[in-house]
Design a protein. Structure first.
Lengths: 468, 446
């Protein structure tokens, strides 16, 4: 019986992802991103890798051949900051809140991805020493699952890869680059790990923080981040000395929060407004950690792009453009800054590209192909070139996370993550014909109608889990 | 050396771009050296000359201030504007690890409004929820600059303390923070407890300081762990950080002065200090300044014994007294608040004006730079159309470091244009909303 079920299950998997020794897309237009566009060429995929690409490449005899006449091949899209692959997880952040002076309504508490791991400690924190809201040791690579339904919808929009992060708490844990495979062994999904520490900074209020204790105000959050890195410095010194000669020395306490930070290659800090970008860049300089900012609602302001460029810090830009809430009081007039932000936010990509800043898009809770496409279109309408848009969804995120040697472009030897479309990727009527992830060919599912009511979600970026 | 050079060049740069101005034919209330009819020369961000007759430099721009008044920029010793994300780290009784410096919001519109009220410097304080609050610092109201550009360079930073009802959570016997939902009880719940919290914190800070001093002496081995909370208190013990203590009642004021004497540190200012008139001699003896309200009281039990004569009585007893706002609105008419000291207690014009200029400058240790109109001081100046301590007076221009940051003429003439721009955006958004669909809300699984 058990065997029968297994067999049935395997059949299902086969139906979803067709596996062939090799796949070749012949006579197609190939947008490599890393190099010039090949007007008519062939891509050969074998063992999950790109075996060959070029205008005089032959399709091997054992390959499943896709006739590429009228088709375009792109590198698979990458969501630079995601929670895909974590069933039940809240979106990484939502940054649409440009409602009233940027303060949004509070969203419902999301179901934790892995309750045991993310459980909030019962006693409220009395200070930084209690390591409030910290699960820095969590590696999301250990927690991902191919059963997340969003994988399939995102893949249908052309995404083959996501940099997925745990997002609950101040130090939520380490992200991983994953390929968007369905129902496979989860170990196969992981492309690279750990990718860095996801940090949330709350907005603050009068009482206790989301854990009921320290920190509660924005300055408390920042003080905590500062203290933990001071502690880390000291911890390293003590551990080193103990490792050298433990005799006669008191054993240093094992601190999992610091252990989790120790092997973190970079940190992700939230910053939406101009002043937040400035603030977080200064904090990052003090912490001496390689840093990526996420959010970027006011990145349309040229001085923001300048700041990013000057500090050579990449920005992950939310694709969820701020909108006036449908429920907003019609008599209430927003501030000039809020109005301007809603008007100009989608210009940010064009401004950043023009300034030569390092940036990439992230889905920020969007996963339906239609919504993602609409979001990109808004940026294109605001002056972003198609080349820059594509780069911000492929090679740029790969470079930002240091995995450009395996994903992000169509080059020989890289992982075979491809999108095959009829028409330009960013056109309204374009149809995604096939998605190849890790060399496995998937066909897009017809789009399911979005469920739930309409209206902008108004969570603050980096408000940990929107829990307050 | 390189670092020093860099610092110097940064400090000089903005001044180098400042214009040379001559503010002509005004009534100049210098605060430090009486009132005169004359002119002020402003060069490189500093006051270059003050007198009945001045040498007008060839490159100078003339600002005609005939029939107008010039006073030093107003200094508010107690403000909570320009800070993001809450001014109270209210979750703990000692929150000296947090710092206002980390959350400066240079785009807070309250800065511009304060400017329009003649304020050029404000001491941005942490709130009063904790016995020992967060780190604080004075800012100059340089509207348009970034966060570091707002900081009063070289000023001694501070820390907020608070006594009485706020830290002990009056009217909230469980010690719950107001409106905080299921907030657990927080020590302390009495004035005795407040004293104990401060005492304990400084016992801990002394031990911490001793540990560091021992290590600094020969710098061998692993340095002690750096603790941001105790680091701030160590700075207080070393006199490198000023204590600004929120207080009301005479008994708690005396308590704090005694605790400070016992641990060997100074209280720089007592804030609110509404019963200060009862213990003015003791305050003067400690050397603490007093920063109070003009006539705001009875808003809670501990404010019932206040009298509007408080400021002048303390002043007559030798205390350096300032009048503060603690409020973004009141901040815009501190000149009138100062004027009340003339009615209540008979302060002279200069004495009253000093309560919002030179005295707060002294309290913040920045009177070498600001607080009066004297040659060599920062050109932080306010031009009023009428006698500045009158409630008919309107601010015409405000200069900080010799740069005009507020100009009433520009403000008034610019309004229709700003309004039109705003209306355009509102109309555009309305049109778009009718046309296009919205992005759906975030979906969650499960």
């Amino acid at each position: 019986m058990k065997r029968l079920i297994t067999a049935l299950f395997l059949c299902c998997v086969c139906a979803l992802a067709q596996q062939h020794p090799a796949v070749a897309v012949r006579n197609a237009r190939i947008v490599t991103v890393s190099g010039p566009v090949i007007a008519k060429g062939t891509v050969v995929v074998r063992n999950g890798l790109i075996e060959a690409v070029g205008d005089n490449v032959q399709a091997p005899a054992d390959a499943l051949v896709i006739d590429g006449e009228g088709l375009t091949v792109y590198p698979g899209l990458i969501d630079a900051l995601s929670t895909w692959g974590q069933p039940g997880a809240a979106p990484a952040t939502t940054t649409a809140a440009a409602g009233r002076g940027g303060r949004g309504t509070v969203a419902a508490t999301p179901t934790p991805a892995v309750a045991a791991v993310f459980a909030v400690p019962a006693a409220p924190a009395r200070g930084p020493e209690d390591r409030p809201q910290t699960t820095s040791w969590v590696r999301i690579a250990d927690e991902i699952s191919g059963t997340d339904r969003r994988i399939e919808t995102a893949r249908s929009a052309g995404f083959t890869t996501a940099v997925t992060f745990p997002t609950r708490g101040i130090f939520a844990g380490q992200g991983a680059v994953i390929d968007l495979l369905s129902g496979e062994k989860t170990g196969e999904m992981v492309v690279a790990s750990p990718m860095g520490q996801y940090i949330s900074i709350g907005r603050g209020g009068f009482g206790g923080g989301m854990g009921g204790g320290f920190p509660s105000a924005l300055m408390g959050y920042i003080a905590y981040v500062r203290q933990i890195y001071l502690d880390l410095e000291h911890y390293k010194l003590v551990k080193e000395a103990y490792a050298k000669d433990p005799r006669g020395m008191q054993r240093p306490n094992y601190d999992r929060a610091l252990e989790g930070l120790m092997d973190s290659p970079r940190i992700l800090l939230p910053a939406n407004r101009m002043v937040e970008m400035d603030r977080m860049l200064r904090l990052a300089a003090d912490l001496k950690q390689p840093t990526i900012l996420y959010g970027g609602r006011e990145a349309y302001r040229p001085e923001a792009a300048e700041l990013l460029k000057k500090s050579n810090t990449p920005l992950l830009l939310s694709m969820r453009w701020p909108e006036k809430s449908r429920d907003a009081d019609p008599d209430e007039v927003d501030s000039m800054r809020t109005l301007e932000t809603r008007d100009k936010a989608a210009q940010a990509p064009a401004v950043l590209a023009k300034a030569g800043a390092r940036w990439a898009f992230y889905s920020d809770g969007l996963d339906q192909p239609r919504d993602l496409q609409r979001a990109i279109k808004k940026a294109l309408d605001a002056g972003l070139s198609r080349e820059d848009a594509l780069r911000a969804l492929t090679l740029s995120p790969a470079e930002i996370f240091g995995v450009q040697d395996r994903v992000g472009s169509i080059e020989k030897g890289k992982i075979a993550n491809l999108v095959v479309t009829r028409g330009d990727l960013f056109d309204d009527r374009t149809k995604v014909e096939a998605i190849i992830v890790d060399g496995r060919k998937y066909t897009p599912v017809p789009e399911t109608p979005p469920f739930g009511g309409r209206g902008a979600a108004t969570e603050e970026p980096g408000n940990p889990g929107g829990a307050r | 050396m390189k670092k020093i050079l860099f610092v110097v060049s940064v400090a000089v740069l903005p001044a180098a771009f400042a214009e040379t101005y001559v503010l002509q034919n005004a009534t100049i209330m210098t605060v430090a050296k009486g009132t005169l009819k004359g002119s002020i020369v402003v060069r490189d961000g500093k006051i270059a000359e003050v007198g009945e007759k001045v040498m007008v430099p060839a490159d100078a721009k003339i600002i005609d201030a005939s029939n107008q008044y010039i006073i030093p920029g107003i200094i508010d010793c107690h403000s909570h504007i320009a800070a993001d994300g809450g001014i109270n780290e209210g979750s703990v009784s000692v929150s000296s690890m947090v710092d206002i410096k980390d959350v400066i919001n240079p785009e807070d519109i309250a800065i511009y409004r304060a400017l329009a009220g003649g304020v050029t410097t404000a001491n941005i304080l942490h709130g009063s929820a904790n016995s020992i609050g967060g780190k604080t610092l004075p800012l100059k109201m340089r509207w348009g600059k970034d966060a570091p550009g707002m900081i009063f360079e070289g000023a001694t930073p501070g820390i907020k303390f608070a006594l009485g009802e706020n830290p002990k959570r009056a009217g909230n016997p469980t010690g719950r923070a107001i409106n905080a939902g299921a907030q657990p009880a927080r020590y302390p719940a009495t004035r005795m407890g407040v004293e104990d919290v401060i005492r304990e914190a400084f016992v801990e800070a002394k031990a911490y300081k001793a540990e560091w001093d021992a290590w600094e002496a020969n710098k061998t081995g692993i340095p002690p762990r750096k603790d941001l909370k105790l680091e701030a208190l160590k700075e207080v013990l070393e006199g490198r950080r000023y204590v600004h203590a929120h207080c009301y009642r005479a008994d708690e004021i005396l308590m704090l002065l005694r605790v400070a004497d016992e641990f060997g540190f100074k209280i720089r200012t007592l804030q609110h200090v509404l019963e200060g008139y009862k213990v003015a001699k003791e305050i003067a003896a400690h050397g603490a300044g007093a920063s109070t309200f003009s006539d705001w009281w009875s808003y809670k039990m501990e404010a019932f014994d206040a009298i509007p004569y408080n400021a002048t009585i303390m002043m007559r007893k030798g205390v350096v007294v300032s009048i503060n706002s603690d409020d973004a609105e009141q901040m815009r008419h501190l000149n009138i608040e100062a004027g009340k000291a003339m009615k209540y207690g008979g302060a002279t014009e200069t004495e009253a004006l000093a309560m919002v200029t030179l005295n707060p400058a002294k309290q913040l240790g920045i009177d070498n730079r600001v607080g009066s109109i004297e040659v060599g001081k920062d050109a932080d100046l306010v031009i009023y159309d009428k006698f500045p301590l009158s409630d008919y007076a309107k601010v015409q221009k405000v200069l900080i470091d010799g740069t005009i940051y507020f100009d009433r003429d520009n403000e008034v003439t610019g309004r229709p244009l700003k309004q039109a721009e705003k209306q355009k955006l509102i109309d555009k958004e309305k049109q778009n909303q009718q046309r296009g669909p919205q992005t759906p809300p975030t979906r969650r699984q499960g």
